[in-house]
Design a protein around this ligand. Structure first.
Ligand code: KMH
Ligand code: ZN
Length: 295
């Protein structure tokens, strides 16, 4: 059907991440103004979802809830994008602070389905944390995007759905994060294996970290998937040419999506596609997320 989600490409932008250093990457959006400006440019270029990590006054990653809530409000005021907060944070963040991200009342959140080596670090998401976070998303009606860094995490996603039922919004959407040193490689053979293992009816995006960006993007488009791009995932636009800004990554993804005859999905269509409810007014502060043992 022309114009339906079936023949459109959902583009998520991940503009900041928790790893890159502003002093080394001046184009990285780290202030609220920079983030909202980037978000507007990326929406105009074809993005429908923004995956958000924020920074503190010194540009270091933070999960401070009031700052996250201000960010959600500013992105809602300035754009139509679906606001997906990261619950992955930085490798140093505690489980309790990652659960408390939902207190900022985003539309959606990331939910990583297992622990993975992450370069020289470990990005920890044990089963006890995964199920706690998943149940919290259900209670709070925050739509999760299942982040899959490895094939074993797909098995955990099956276990999660079998034990706790469908997600808020009723639809399972995954993001294959490929090419992390320690996770699944960013190549088409692995992409094909991961997609084949997903739960029936699930939809998926893919992103390739660093030099795997282009192979994963072409593979995902060829296999009928959706795309995530942004400076969280790559800082090079081409060999030897740093990314000038997130919008050019979205523009390139949108152009390729148009070439394969699946143009970018607008934010309103993406809301229906992902089962994200209509925007809620900002509510009075809620209590802290249920306590768990610190990381
Ligand atoms: N920064 C990574 C350690 C997520 O946002 O949910 C985790 C991450 C995943 O980026
Ligand atoms: Zn992230």
């Amino acid at each position: 059907m022309a114009g339906s989600a079936d023949n459109q490409t959902l583009i998520t932008v991940a503009p900041t991440g928790a790893e890159a250093d502003k002093s080394a990457v001046p184009a990285l959006p780290v202030t609220l103004d920079e983030l909202v400006t980037t978000a507007k440019e990326c929406q105009a270029a074809g993005a429908a979802v923004i995956h958000v990590h924020i920074r503190d006054k010194t540009a270091r990653p933070t999960l401070e809830v009031s700052r996250l809530a201000d960010t959600v409000a500013a992105l809602r005021d300035g754009t139509d994008l679906i606001v997906q907060l990261s619950t992955g944070g930085a490798v140093t963040d505690s489980f309790a602070s990652r659960l408390a991200v939902l207190d900022a009342e985003p539309d959606a959140c990331s939910l990583t389905c297992g622990t993975v080596n992450f370069g020289d670090h470990v990005f920890a998401s044990p089963w006890s944390f995964i199920k706690e976070l998943y149940q919290l998303t259900q209670e709070r009606s925050v739509v999760p995007e299942f982040e899959l860094f490895d094939l074993g995490q797909v098995a955990t996603l099956h276990r999660l759905l079998a034990e706790f039922g469908p997600p808020a919004g009723g639809h399972v959407h995954c993001d294959l994060v490929m090419g992390v040193p320690g996770g699944m490689p960013g190549d088409v053979a692995t992409l094909t294996a991961a997609v084949a293992a997903l739960p029936a009816g699930a939809t998926w995006s893919a992103t390739g970290i660093g030099r795997t960006t282009l192979p994963v993007m072409f593979g995902a488009l060829g296999a009928g998937g959706h795309l995530r791009v942004g400076m969280e995932d790559t800082l090079s636009f081409a060999r030897g040419r740093p990314v000038a800004g997130n919008a050019e990554l979205v523009e390139r993804a949108a152009e390729l999506a148009r070439i394969v005859q699946r143009p970018p999905m607008p934010p309103a269509g993406a809301r229906a596609f992902l089962g994200v409810p209509a925007r809620r007014p900002r509510s009075a502060p809620v209590g802290p997320a249920r306590p768990v043992s610190p990381a």
